[in-house]
Ligand binder design. Structure first.
Ligand code: V1P
Ligand code: CA
Ligand code: ZN
Length: 393
């Protein structure tokens, strides 16, 4: 269909579980697993599944989740009763354990299944990369970068990325983690704070006190204790509101290009959180699908085995646009696909504008003011280059 064929010389796999999409965080919660259904509908309408190996993924087992998460946390996650109202509104006095049951991380029906399916997709993706059956593996149901070993945080309960990267480390000497979600990838950064086999790089809005999670300043480069091999292996790119495609692409290519030369990763884990797009319900940037996707294309051109994870993204139509277009980049079909959303796409009217690439004016009416000066962006590049001088192997 539409001449979309398998890419030449490499294999792309797509890992999804339609059961995941049926879960609900609650009426007013911004995280809508249904955005995965909308993404899949667009990917399928364009005929992209013909060009990939498609896997219906299983749930990760307790033992697999236990590779990162503590047993007492997993036991509680598996047994905590669902609550119909967020605890802090409903009955504020009830004990909160592991940060579960507040408004960010509610205890909803089927929570443990949802989490283990998200991690199952990411882990399957990592296994396909490890055994060389895939060169690019896509897991849009993963990317939940805030979860800690014994704590839920920011809509994330299980850190599927950490579980997948631990799997990659069994087969590859060095893994580069890149995070283009508008939020700081704190959980992944912290998990690999003390190893030089993983470098973590997050681009995010940074405004401690007012923007979640408040960490990820320019000087946060991993604990600088004397014998910590992980020192200088956490890179943070703190940004202000309104950054544009042009600035973001330039920053991304400069920083990731340099990191690739110095760190020479053997695999890449790319978190493609789509809340960095303009018009996101929680985000603050002015990125268009083109600018977000340019980061994916840049990584793909490095020709290194790669997992592409999902993540945040709170305006479902824009999430679906970005992740469908980024899927087309993975299979090298992006130059062929028609920007007009196919007539037969299920829920086509939900996209409002019938193109994959709405203009900023179409998305926002009036674009958000850009608070990023060229001078500050130059300082960031300078600081990152200084950090990378410590990186040797
Ligand atoms: O700001 C906070 C917390 C709640 N206060 C105590 C501080 N939480 C944020 C969480 C954002 C999580 C982003 C996840 C990801 O990086 C990865 C999947 O995208 C938050 C926000 C906000 N505007 O930042 N929670 C909510 N909004 C929220 C709104 C309505 C209902 C429930 C949560
Ligand atoms: Ca980020
Ligand atoms: Zn986010």
């Amino acid at each position: 269909e539409f001449g979309i064929t398998r890419p030449k010389g490499y294999t792309v796999s797509y890992h999804a579980n339609p059961e995941m999409e049926k879960h609900h965080f609650g009426q007013t919660h911004p995280m809508k697993p249904w955005r995965l259904t909308l993404t899949k509908s667009l990917v399928s309408a364009y005929g992209m599944p013909f060009a990939m190996d498609n896997y219906n993924t299983r749930a990760a087992t307790y033992e697999e989740l236990n590779s990162f998460h503590a047993s007492d946390y997993l036991d509680y996650l598996a047994s905590a009763p669902a609550e119909d109202m967020p605890r802090d509104i409903d009955n504020p006095d009830k004990e909160v354990r592991f940060n579960l049951g507040g408004s960010d991380c509610p205890l909803f029906h089927g929570l443990y299944d949802y989490c283990s399916m998200s991690a199952g997709g990411s882990l399957d993706a990592a296994r396909k990369i490890c055994n060389k059956q895939s060169d690019i593996a896509i897991a849009w149901g993963g990317g939940l970068h805030h979860a800690k070993r014994s704590e839920a945080s920011g809509f994330c309960y299980i850190n599927d990325i950490v579980v997948a990267v631990l799997q990659l480390l069994r087969c590859f000497p060095r893994v580069l983690y890149i995070d283009i979600d508008v939020h700081h990838g704190d959980g992944v950064e912290e998990a690999f704070f003390s190893t030089d086999r993983v470098m973590t790089v997050s681009f995010h809005k940074y405004a401690p006190e007012i923007f979640f999670p408040g960490t990820g300043g320019l000087d946060d480069n991993g604990p600088k204790s004397e014998h910590n091999p992980g020192a200088h292996h956490a890179i943070n790119v703190p940004l202000n509101d309104g950054i544009t495609d042009e600035q973001y692409e330039h920053l991304f290519q400069t920083i990731i290009g340099k990191i690739n030369e110095v760190f020479r990763p053997s695999a890449i884990a790319l978190q493609c959180g789509a809340d960095s797009l303009a018009g996101d319900r929680l985000g603050r940037f002015n990125l268009q699908v083109q600018g977000h996707a340019a980061c994916v294309e840049f990584c793909k051109r490095l020709n290194i085995p790669m997992i592409m994870f999902g993540g945040g993204g709170y305006t479902p139509r824009n999430v679906a646009r970005a992740w469908a277009f980024e899927t087309s980049i993975a299979i090298d079909a992006h130059k062929k696909i028609d920007p007009i959303i196919p007539q037969h796409t299920p829920w086509r009217e939900r996209f409002i504008h019938d193109t994959l690439f709405p203009t900023l004016e179409q998305i926002l009416g009036e674009p958000r003011a850009n608070r990023n000066t060229q001078k500050r962006l130059q300082e960031i590049v300078q600081h990152v280059h200084e950090q990378l001088r410590f990186v040797t192997h």
